[in-house]
Design a protein around this ligand. Structure first.
Ligand SMILES: *[C@@H]1O[C@H](CO)[C@@H](O)[C@H](O)[C@H]1NC(C)=O
Ligand SMILES: *[C@@H]1O[C@H](CO)[C@@H](O)[C@H](O)[C@H]1NC(C)=O
Ligand SMILES: *[C@@H]1O[C@H](CO)[C@@H](O)[C@H](O)[C@H]1NC(C)=O
Ligand SMILES: *[C@@H]1O[C@H](CO)[C@@H](O)[C@H](O)[C@H]1NC(C)=O
Length: 488
């Protein structure tokens, strides 16, 4: 990094709340201040003051607030507390990014915070944004209470030697980060009481660089038994690996609270014709990447169904290193496949590629009859558990993360044909699962033919989510581990 003295002098005071600068220049200042922060860290500024109060997140919040003019809550004094613990848990995750780690990070801090209100706490909770780029769309779409919680927790001041840091991101983001992100922990590992890495992978192993980074941590929290074994088999110190399952907000994803969203009004029809009368709706939610098995889904669905079946498949997707032209990607895929249009015409396929706010997701699930995702590998499978919490019958691959919660009673676990080699990307050469295409056809048909059974599975799915993965239950698990560290 090449940062000149003059640059540093031009960095504004980090309280531009009352300025009326245009957004553009705020962005510029923000990236400058980030550079300065990196320098400050490498110079060890934090260790001499023994306090770390980083500005990255505050800047993000400030910027986003300008869209809301809700500046008041940032400057209002903190609630006074009867007992102030010297201990802190600093949770660092891509809170402002959206995506898997982001929503998982949110679910933990919401769970811990709500528990906070009930019982006296042995620590204070602090958060920082880390690990991925911010998305203003995502921040804007968050419910208001989450925004104000973020602002509150962001202001917690902590002493490094009394802080447990949770680095909730892919190991490449951990100190020293391999890409441009605020490092976690914010300075060298031994300055903190304890440093925990929370991560997961979607393949059958962990690569050597990541193993080394995991072993630098005091603990590595993984979500499932699948990960406990893949991490340990890959060389992560078994005494450091702890299973901490992922919470699902069963109060937010509660089917009784929502009306269905009119999916057709948000979707583009890619194949088949729109059916005026109510059709059976399969929903799938995923980033457009090969791992998610969209090819398997399309083949099975289009082989099994035709227009006469009155079914619709909605793909809610967004780009993953691709453009948004999903309609043409699907048509190209068809052209290069052995699929032939049935005499009565294709079954309907819709794509929803516009931004759906987090607050609208429950009504998206509510509009579906079943959820389907023939994935090749998942860390946890957040859309899957969201669908389950919304009482939807779910068909998804019985491999990797989802094996932690899928049963014959609460879902349709999709068998695996064989393992196959990952052909590109950072996990090239690892193995993941090829779900059985034919069995997917059979299961989709079965859901329609025997919807009574499917609905019973959906109800059991919600029940399992509530009893095993609700925020209260997972917060207790997390609290136990943190408390054990604090008394050490
Ligand atoms: C942390 O550091 C402060 C100041 O250096 C010191 O007063 C305090 O006792 C330390 N706390 C722990 C738990 O070591
Ligand atoms: C839709 O349903 C109505 C009443 O059930 C029926 O009269 C009509 O023919 C149906 N239309 C189509 C296109 O299937
Ligand atoms: C799912 O996988 C587990 C092992 O990972 C196995 O015990 C179980 O029988 C499988 N279920 C189905 C329906 O294939
Ligand atoms: C649905 O499944 C149940 C339980 O397997 C079975 O008893 C019932 O006959 C099935 N109904 C149909 C229409 O296949």
């Amino acid at each position: 990094m090449n940062l000149s003295e003059s640059n540093m002098q031009h960095v504004p005071n980090p309280t531009p709340l009352t300025t009326t600068q245009p957004i553009k220049s705020k962005f510029r200042f923000y990236s400058l201040s980030l550079l300065v922060l990196f320098v400050a860290i490498s110079l060890g500024v934090f260790t001499t003051t023994n306090y770390f109060k980083v500005h990255y997140f505050k800047y993000s919040l400030t910027l986003s607030q300008s869209f809301f003019q809700s500046i008041g809550s940032l400057i209002s004094p903190q609630k006074s507390e009867l007992f102030v613990s010297p201990h802190c848990v600093l949770w660092m995750a891509p809170f402002l990014s959206g995506g898997g780690y982001s929503s998982e990070g949110w679910s933990y801090i919401l769970a811990l915070h709500n528990r906070h209100n009930k019982k006296m706490h042995p620590f204070r909770l602090a958060i920082e944004h880390h690990g991925d780029q911010e998305s203003l769309d995502f921040w804007v779409g968050l419910p208001q209470d989450m925004k104000s919680l973020a602002r509150d927790l962001y202001q917690t001041k902590c002493r490094m030697n009394e802080t447990i840091v949770v680095c909730h991101s892919e190991p490449g983001a951990w100190y020293p980060p391999l890409f441009d992100t605020f490092p976690c922990p914010p300075s060298v590992y031994h300055n903190f009481k304890s440093v925990i890495g929370r991560t997961m992978f979607e393949t059958d192993r962990v690569n050597a660089e990541h193993v080394e980074r995991c072993n630098r941590m005091d603990y590595v929290w993984v979500p499932t038994e699948f990960h406990v074994s893949t991490f340990v088999e890959s060389g992560v110190d078994p005494s450091k690996v702890v299973k901490i399952v992922q919470p699902i907000d069963v109060k937010f994803f509660d089917p009784d609270k929502y009306k269905p969203l009119d999916l057709a009004s948000r979707a583009k029809l890619v194949l088949g014709s729109s059916i005026v009368n109510k059709s059976f709706v399969f929903l799938s939610i995923f980033k457009w990447e090969y791992r998610k098995g969209w090819d398997v889904l399309l083949r099975s669905y289009l082989k099994e169904f035709s227009k006469d079946d009155k079914v619709a498949l909605y793909l809610l997707t967004n780009p993953y290193h691709t453009d948004r032209d999903f309609g043409n990607k699907i048509l190209d895929f068809l052209e290069n496949s052995d699929l032939r249009e049935p005499v009565n015409g294709w079954a309907a396929v819709y794509v929803i590629d516009t931004h759906i706010a987090q607050s609208e997701f429950p009504s998206v699930y509510k509009a579906a009859d079943a959820f389907v995702l023939p994935t090749r590998g998942e860390g946890w499978g957040r859309p899957i558990v969201e669908a389950m919490s919304m009482s939807l019958p779910v068909i998804t691959t019985n491999w990797s993360g989802p094996t932690e919660y899928l049963t014959e009673d609460n879902s349709y676990p999709l068998p695996v044909d064989r393992m196959s080699e990952v052909m590109e990307g950072p996990f090239k050469g690892h193995l993941w699962a090829e779900p059985c295409e034919y069995k997917l056809q059979v299961l989709m048909r079965q859901v329609i033919n025997n919807f009574t059974v499917a609905k019973a599975k959906g109800r059991k799915a919600r029940k399992d989510m509530v009893t095993k993965f609700s925020p209260e239950i997972v917060a207790d698990i997390v609290m136990d581990h943190l408390q054990n560290i604090l008394v050490q």
